[in-house]
Ligand binder design. Structure first.
Ligand code: ARG
Length: 479
């Protein structure tokens, strides 16, 4: 490792070399560089530069020959990066300089004319927006995939009953399909958030130059059209310092991770010996190096654990931007690393959870057995008495006493005979036993969004409808 106070004497001058007599030290050069992070945006940088050059040609700022040479030269640079031949150099501070330097080495003076009427400030904002749009569409695809898995798992298990919880105490029975669909709605909202980030990124900043616009007669709409941007930014100061679209992406990723983390937590619980509702496939489990019997839900735990880091990236970017005066400040170079990691993490976690849900075995009998216990039909038994004319508060009191007695005798509500029930209230008839039948308890929840079988079938149809609509939205944008 080089020591920090060991100055290097670079053979090449920096791109701003004219005003400088000294050279940066290798350590500070590396400290100031963003190349390891932003080289991911090489395709966007090349596309942006080609669009800029073509526009300058149309406007008479660059000659036709220069434009041709730049566009073809950039294609060649791109091919070198793609094939792995491109030599990445620590002296290139960022992807913009790396590509321009390589281009100029290839084509000479024409390469030096590419940066006319442009600054890295509007260039990096353009690249980041193009890249953010791609990332948003990739995330949208992964969200669509997990939604389709959840919908499928729900459709395959229409009658499975499980305990529903509040305060982590058994509350009322619900359909397993209802529980799975709950997550599909969460991921549907995440899809909306990701697409909102896409829309936020869909404005072209190029043409704002360093901060004030430029004296050249630019046709910004033509650049926007070539790059597929829906609009052109209206304020150059805002355009070069706006990172809202990255915040939006970070936020969408954070909420998505929180949703995944909640699902992961449920799967960790459900796969315990105590719950036994699901058995994870071996592909999504690991063993212990010491305890031969162990099958650990490591991947669900990791998803839960990684959510913290992604939420951290959102907070980090908010705090980075908070104190910045207009317009561009170098602090903003710190914007990309966290967002890229947030997107990569959410993308990986969506894939892992999708596979985990698709392959887990659902222990229908175990869920059903637990749904019989815990007095989860108590509300329905009270409703039965309400149906016979008793005010709800009194019905609540009567059933409360029944539960207390059952608890002492270690009995379930379903095991009570008509005469035992009659001991608590004259209003109980022979049909009272139907009130506590677990399938009927579920089926009675017929309101829109309720857990009744028919309501869930209707919900499933609506979830599929929305899914199909969202699939075609992404398809249309990909073109
Ligand atoms: N690497 C820089 C970034 O990511 C590009 C813009 C640099 N602009 C400047 N004036 N130093 O923000």
């Amino acid at each position: 490792m080089e020591s920090a106070d060991n100055p290097t004497t670079p053979e090449r001058k920096a791109l701003w070399g004219g005003r400088f007599e000294g050279h940066p030290q290798e350590f500070t050069q590396r400290f100031g560089a963003s190349l390891p992070v932003d080289r991911r945006m090489w395709r966007e940088d090349i596309r942006g530069s080609q669009a800029h050059a073509r526009m300058l040609g149309r406007q008479g700022v660059l000659s036709k020959e220069d434009v041709e040479s730049i566009v073809a030269g950039l294609d060649k640079v791109g091919a070198r990066i793609e094939s792995g031949e491109f030599v990445w150099d620590v002296e290139d501070e960022d992807i913009h300089m790396a590509i321009e330097r390589s281009l100029t080495a290839d084509i000479g003076d024409a390469g030096g004319r590419l940066h006319t009427a442009r600054s890295r400030n509007d260039q990096v904002a353009t690249d980041a927006r193009l890249y953010a749009k791609e990332l948003a569409l990739d995330l949208a695809d992964s969200l669509l995939a997990i939604r389709s898995t959840l919908v499928e798992v729900a459709a395959k298990n229409p009658g499975a009953v499980m305990p529903g919880y509040t305060h982590m105490q058994r509350a009322q029975p619900v359909l397993f399909a209802h529980h799975m669909l709950a997550y599909s709605w969460m991921f549907a909202r995440d899809f909306t958030r990701v697409m909102a980030a896409y829309d936020a990124a869909d404005t072209l900043p190029l043409g704002s130059a360093a901060l004030a616009g430029t004296t050249y007669p630019l046709d910004r709409s033509y650049v926007a059209e070539q790059l597929g941007f829906a609009a052109v930014s209206q304020n150059s100061l805002d355009a070069v310092s706006d990172r809202d679209f990255l915040l939006d992406l970070d936020y969408a990723c954070s909420v998505g991770m929180v949703h995944l983390s909640r699902l992961a937590e449920e799967l960790v619980l459900w796969s315990t010996g105590e719950f036994g509702f699901v058995t994870m496939s071996d592909a999504y489990s690991t063993g212990s190096s010491i305890m031969p019997q162990k099958k650990n839900p490591d991947f669900a735990e990791l998803v839960r654990g990684k959510s913290g880091r992604v939420v951290g990236h959102l907070v980090a970017l908010l705090v980075t931007l908070k104190g910045l005066p207009l317009a561009y400040n170098k602090d903003m170079q710190e914007d990309k690393e966290g967002v890229f990691d947030a997107v990569d993490t959410l993308s990986d976690c969506l894939k892992v959870m999708d596979g985990m849900v698709a392959t887990m075995h659902i222990n229908i009998e175990a869920m059903r057995a637990d749904a019989q216990g815990g007095f989860m039909a108590a509300t329905d038994l009270a409703d039965y008495l309400v149906g016979k004319g008793l005010p709800f508060r009194q019905a609540h009191e009567v059933v409360g006493r029944i539960v207390l007695e059952c608890e002492k005798a270690d009995r379930t509500l379903q095991s009570l005979t008509p005469s035992e029930l009659g001991g608590f209230s004259d209003l109980f008839d022979d049909d009272a036993i139907k009130a506590v039948d677990i399938d009927r308890v579920v089926a009675r929840r017929t309101t829109v969004g309720g857990t009744g079988h028919d309501a869930v079938a209707a919900q499933l149809a609506r979830a599929c409808e929305l899914l199909a609509k969202d699939v075609s939205r992404v398809k249309a944008l990909r073109g």
